[in-house]
Write a protein of this length. Sequence first.
Lengths: 451, 317, 336
Amino acid sequence: MRRWVGVLATFALLAAACTTGGGDDAPSVIDTGGDASHEPVVLEIWGAWTGRELEQFNKIFDGFTEQYPWITVESKGGVGDPKILAAINSGTAPDVVLSFTLDSVGQFCESGAWQDLNPYIEQSDFDVSQFPPSVEAYTSFADSRCAFPFLTDAYGLYYNTDMFDEAGISEPPTTLTELQEDAKKLTEFNGDGSIKRAGFVPWLGYYEFSIPNLANIFGATWYNDDVTESAVATDPLWKAAFEWQHEFIADVYGDGDFQTGADRLERFVAGAGDEFSTAHDMYTERIAMNLDGEWRTAFIADEEPNLPYSTAPFPLPDDQADEYGRGQIGGTIIGMPKGSPHPAEAWLLLQFMATDTDTLVYMANNVRNVPTTLEALESPDLDVTPQFQTFLDIFEDPNSHYKEPSAIGASDQNIVQAFASRWEVGKQTDLDAGLADAAQQIDDQLAQAAI
Amino acid sequence: MGALPGRGWVPIGAVGQQTQSVASAAAYAGPGQIDRRPIPDDVRRRRFLLSVARHAVLIAVGAMFVAPFIFVVLTALMTDDQAVTPSFWPRPFVWHNFPEVFDRIPLLQYMWNTAQIGILSTVGIVLSCVPVAYALSRMRWRGRQFSFVLVLSTIMLPIQVTIVPLYVLWVRFGQIGHLTPLILPSFLGDAFSIFLLRQFFLTIPDELSDAARVDGASEFQIMTRVIVPLAKPAIAAVALFNFLYNWNDLFAPLLFLGENQKLWTLTIALTEFQQRHGTEWNLTMAASVLFMLPVIILFLLSQKVFVEGVTLTGVKG
Amino acid sequence: MATTVTTAQHVGPFAEAAAVPRRPRRRNIGRGLTVLLFMAPWILGFLGLVLYPMLSSLYFSFTKYSLLEDPIWIGTQNYSFMFTKDPFFWLAFRNTVWIILVGVPLRVMFGIFTAWLLTLPRAGSKTYRTLYFLPTMAPPAAAALAFVLIFNPGFGPINQILQSFGMKNPPLWFYGPNSSKWGLAILGLWGVGDAMIIFLAGLLDVPRHLYEAADIEGATGRQKFRFVTLPMISPVIFFSLVIGVIYGFQLFTQAYVASLAATGSTVNDAASNLGAPQGSLLFYSIYLFQQGFQDFRMGYASALAWILFLITMLCTLVIIRGSRRWVHYQGGGGFR
């Protein structure tokens, strides 16, 4: 029996030790001259878009095939990060991948799941200054630039102009104090005390009101400079953010009492309409103001074109009022997964998608995301409505940013979210202890990932 | 926990008077009739009222079991706006939802994938478990008891303990995104099925095998010509259970097939459908109906086999 | 008084084999080969699908392994992280224990109740039995989705009924962290059919004469149930408990589907939303799935798996040990 165990153990060790290791070298640059003959190549790209946006997205590959006639592109939509990672890990990755989750950039780059594009950049003399400097921060991590931006999001305030007129508010709020006052004027209650219409809902998990967004409003930092320690407990802006949430809820929804307001708001949030449906709370007039991304303008035009709304940068804490105009930015990224079957052609596609002005302008006009090259931002073909212009401005604001990437992906958000979920319903009352606990957990995770 | 999450049909009971329970559970139709003298009216009335009360409770409980099915079907026939309202009767009846599901996702393809896995696995299970169960019950050999205990112990093994290395193994063989990881293991036996078959084989009288042996038949011949024909109910039960298990499983198919949409099973497809068309509850319910229909029909046609199989190994002692 | 001489006078572990009359050697080898051949599928299966993966995952549990690179030996760090620094582990553990402690006994009791109901009628019992068993035939994924809709706090029929009875704030069911597990528990009760069937068989097997004897002694219905029925079906109860606990620890499908459905999460959010709302549906096997196959921390997932295995074995042993006191096997004679 003992001998068998030894044999099996060895077998297990051997089997486990065989891996597909090693990185890929940048292949020789292929000749893109007109009369060079090329073997037809089919590239596969996986992305998360679905429905209308996917259809619009798929049209851009016509332009690519025009330029490189021997390459056809097959696009698969509805593929989220888990599936992409699974494919990379099991060796069945496509040629190019597209993701909405910026949070994973740290992991993608560090683990090599998305290949470092720097060798390709060098070999093709690619000019990275085509991108505004703010995108640099969210497409690279730890000396590896493993992603290119492909349009970006920007977050701001959406408000119903009719409701504003009714309440006698002439301008959108620019500070959090004004936001609170306006929300109070716009909130309506039912006879039994439940909320009929909410001025603004600062509830984590309600549509796009997330931990990163909350932190971004206050300018709270997540990590120290070299991303080895969490700043959640040390940066006082975190505490300010969560205290503000409590005060807001107490004042606007609870007649001064936090718990009352939280209970009412929790129930209100449970009845929210699905974010990507015609039952969205803004359409059904359950809310007056909302934090949302620039893509919402396209959805409104498509689903509820008669909605009387306008947009503005999101209000900032009173003591940061001079930075008004900034917001959270960061959006879609594209990259070459490890094991990409046709790296040379994939690199062509990546370049095309990231820099072709026509493509970026088309996507911006249709899917309503913000284009990510300086040239595209200035393009006269960019169809800009006043509501959309807000987000272009937010993106160009030098103080707009996304949270710092880390090697633990979205785990840091999940940890803070776990704390915040208890905080906002009143289960956790000691803010300092909660933040310290969250910071410790993030540090533990960082340590675990760094082994 | 709808169906027991896993192959939870088989009791870890031991042998017992199974046939009696099987017969009684399968065929129970009420106490028999005996000749009586005439019953006085008030007794008759009381008995009638009692019977009515009993049936009322039975119907009420039965209604609770059936109501969700009705609700699902009705919602499947609503417009998507009406589906998210409290109204329970579709106005109008949108029969079009069903073909619409076929438009949105290649349902037939997924059904075929799921059926393939189900049928091939079942064949594998039967082919591999019958000989093993036979050896464990109708042949005497040193180590038989020990082997049986070993088989039993693997029933308790959570799938999670073995799944990570198995996943890695299939990655090495390049079989992620193929049906192989879901079908091949069935040809290497399954502890539950072995157990169930063994229990049944034990109830077949020894004399039958002995007689065949005296006639010079090999073990293989005895197994195929004597035991298998007699064990048809048990084998049918094993086949049905395994087919059902594969039809419903999510964990393993999600893991091995998740990234290859062409080979998705119905369970994965339904989960993904809900995630993508989550706001259209009417369509999601229509997809659910289409998913449930084949197995419910299968069940109604083969009820007896199910019930016998569940009680097959005896639950006493 | 005859002294029967048998070949099995000493009752040792191989008495069975010893009782077999010796056969010529060649035939022995032939038989041995036949046994081996017949057992081959399972032997291969055991070695390749059970033993090898178990040893392998034990090894992995001491490594950091992401599939993109080789496993890196890190000793017991996975385990120490799990027990001291991973709040999600404890959350998953607590959730799983809750659903077992609440769900399994409820299911057993409801199973006995419905089985008893099925023994009552004279007419139409087969129809009732089919109806009661039907929910078990519903695929768990579809059933979970249906229940999320039925228990929708806003427009689902359950809350409509509760409100019509005057309840002001009916529970949020799958949309609220305090009530989501109850939604799953009720889903489990709906699918009680498989437990019910074996209880039905158990109830029908209670020897009639015991009831008659109790009647003669003037026992009430409740006394009959407590002193005749329960002991007689105690093996079934025991079995249900063991199976319920073992599979309770592995609960996956319904929680996975319900969690994603209730949060209305998009394809992309799926990764971080498992266990929502607020982690209340984060069960052990879902956490394991997330760690191993979404975050690709396979070493850690292996460690989680082994802890699961040990806990399952522990619970099973505890139940088995405890069962000696209250499980009564027929043929043993006497009550209790």
